[in-house]
Design a binder for this molecule. Structure first.
Ligand code: AHR
Length: 529
């Protein structure tokens, strides 16, 4: 009997040992950095944000009003501004989304008590006080240090209305609209970096055919002018046409074919593309808080479709625009999951877990690899809506795992893509097989070399060995983001569950070795000693 017990104990020890070994003993992945052959610039605008008038995205998330007890500057919450400043947000898209095609800008200017209450019929028929309008949006951008991406109403507005909006925003000459802007507190013309001409015009933006939309696009792109003298010529406003939200390419074909033959009277600089990760299909039903490794793998598999989607659209664009003059602008992307139980389903409120952080890195890395065509992207959405950076509840605020990814990626803004080679291996969960690792490298403007590596595998750590032969890099240090479980989240009560922590590499025999925790995102600076 004691013998049987002993054998059983031995057996258990062996099982434990084997699982420990299999969790750690994979051979290091060899990664080579080809710093001698840099690629294109990773445009900082791919780290753009999207703030639609939807749920608590603007109201409560940004705008609390000047009389609020929540600390604010001219009605805009200070905690949110401080958090966003750290992300170096390049641009913010506003006021929609679907909402843009029912927004009438004149209702949102002038003294607050004279602004009409309207209904937000796109998102839940809630009352909109119009307290957060054009001047408040521009003030918010000024506070966070970002640029305006304004979406014009093509669906229920007119070219005249949009043209007058741009005149109000950008005219320097003392026109009636410029004087009205001055009377509302801003004599100087605003800078509007980006203009969206409609939103999803094939659906919520007016259910238009491609040909009908094209006729609108030609009119709006001609008449909706930016009058800011500082934005003529070199720094001119970037006009974005509506692109697809589906993998089929007919829409892109029609728009790009017309563009190829455009004349002086109309033009655009970017074609938008919308693609959400909806792992269970529409309507979104995947929980944002309670899930395991199966749903984790399924979600990440679904998000990786972004690469194929981009390739399909790019093939059409390359046909009509081989010089890549027109940018692909992924101005809506991210995880669209089930609304949090007990919340208004029209407000699209979801939690944000470690899974979202990993999903964000996979997409940002895809954009970086497509940087010659993808020169702008806007995650949906910035605060309290879908895959957000920030969640708020009255005076409370919490930074999400996705926020920390954006913070870790700041060095990649406007950095030069550097090719790397490595064997990603595979990670299999049930019927889903994914690459085990993902990575990008880039040189920032000061010449520093940055590396990002995502270990997708939630069970096994990984080791990366970087050959330093011929490289000036002699050490590496940076930050890593992980958490106890794939569904770990930051809450108002436990806001620090997922936060970046320092990581350093070791050097042996001319190789720099990085140990990556399971399900982690790591960004390191490779430095000469
Ligand atoms: O981001 C939420 C909605 O998704 C946007 O309003 C719309 O453009 C898209 O369908």
């Amino acid at each position: 009997m004691p013998n049987t017990k002993f054998r059983f104990a031995l057996y258990l020890c062996l099982v434990a040992l084997i699982s420990i070994l299999s969790a750690t003993a994979q051979a290091p992945v060899q990664l080579t950095i080809d710093a001698a052959h840099p690629g294109v610039t990773i445009n900082r605008n791919i780290f753009g944000q999207f703030a639609e008038n939807l749920g608590h995205g603007l109201y409560e998330g940004i705008w609390v009003g000047p009389d609020s007890k929540i600390p604010n500057t001219r009605g805009i919450r200070n905690d949110v501004v401080t958090a966003l400043r750290a992300l170096n947000v390049p641009n913010v898209r506003w006021p929609g989304g679907c909402f843009a095609d029912e927004y009438h800008w004149r209702k949102g200017i002038g003294s607050a008590d004279k602004r009409p209450a309207t209904l937000n019929s796109t998102w839940g028929n809630v009352i909109d006080t119009n307290a957060f309008g054009t001047d408040e949006f521009m003030d918010f951008l000024n506070q966070i240090g970002s640029e305006a991406y304004v979406s014009a109403n093509v669906g229920s507005g007119t070219p005249q209305e949009a043209a007058e909006w741009l005149e109000y925003l950008t005219a320097a000459a003392p026109t009636a609209l410029a004087k009205e802007r001055a009377a509302n507190g801003h004599p100087e013309p605003y800078k509007v970096g980006f203009l969206g001409i409609g939103n999803e015009s094939w659906s919520c933006g007016g259910a238009m055919t491609a040909d009908y939309y094209l006729s609108q696009l030609k009119i709006y792109s001609h008449f909706v002018r930016n009058m800011n003298p500082a934005q003529q010529g070199k720094d001119e406003m970037f006009k974005i046409a509506v692109g697809p939200g589906f993998p089929e390419t007919e829409w892109t074909e029609a728009i790009m074919k017309a563009w190829q033959h455009h004349d002086w009277s109309w033009d655009f600089n970017g074609l938008s593309l919308h693609w959400y990760t909806v792992p269970t299909g529409w309507p979104p039903s995947m929980s944002s808080t309670t899930f395991g490794v199966d749903d984790y793998a399924k979600t990440l598999k679904s998000t990786l479709f972004m690469d194929e989607f981009l390739r399909k659209q790019e093939a059409v664009m390359n046909k009509y625009d081989p010089q890549k003059k027109v940018a692909l602008v992924v101005d809506e992307w991210g995880a669209w999951l089930a609304p949090l139980p007990g919340t208004n389903p029209h407000f699209l409120i979801q939690q944000n877990s470690l899974r979202d952080a990993i999903l964000a890195t996979l997409n940002l890395n895809i954009f970086a690899r497509h940087a010659d065509r993808v020169r702008m992207a806007n995650i949906a959405q910035m605060i309290n809506v879908l895959q957000s950076m920030i969640l708020t509840d009255k005076e409370k605020m919490v930074l999400t795992p996705t926020y920390y990814v954006y913070k870790m990626y700041v060095p990649f803004q406007d950095a030069t893509f550097v090719p790397i080679t490595f064997d990603a291996g595979t990670y299999t969960q049930g019927s889903v097989t994914l690459p085990r690792l993902d990575a990008i490298a880039a040189k920032d403007k000061s010449g520093k070399l940055w590396l990002e590596v995502t270990n997708i595998d939630p069970q096994h750590s990984a080791e990366i060995a970087i050959d330093l032969t011929g490289s000036a890099a002699k050490s590496a240090h940076g930050e890593t983001l992980t958490a106890p479980a794939v569904d770990s989240i930051n809450t108002f009560d436990t806001p620090h569950t997922i936060m970046p922590k320092p990581i350093a590499a070791t050097i042996e025999d001319g190789k720099l070795t990085l140990k990556l925790e399971p399900k982690s995102v790591t960004v390191v600076l490779l430095e000469p000693e």
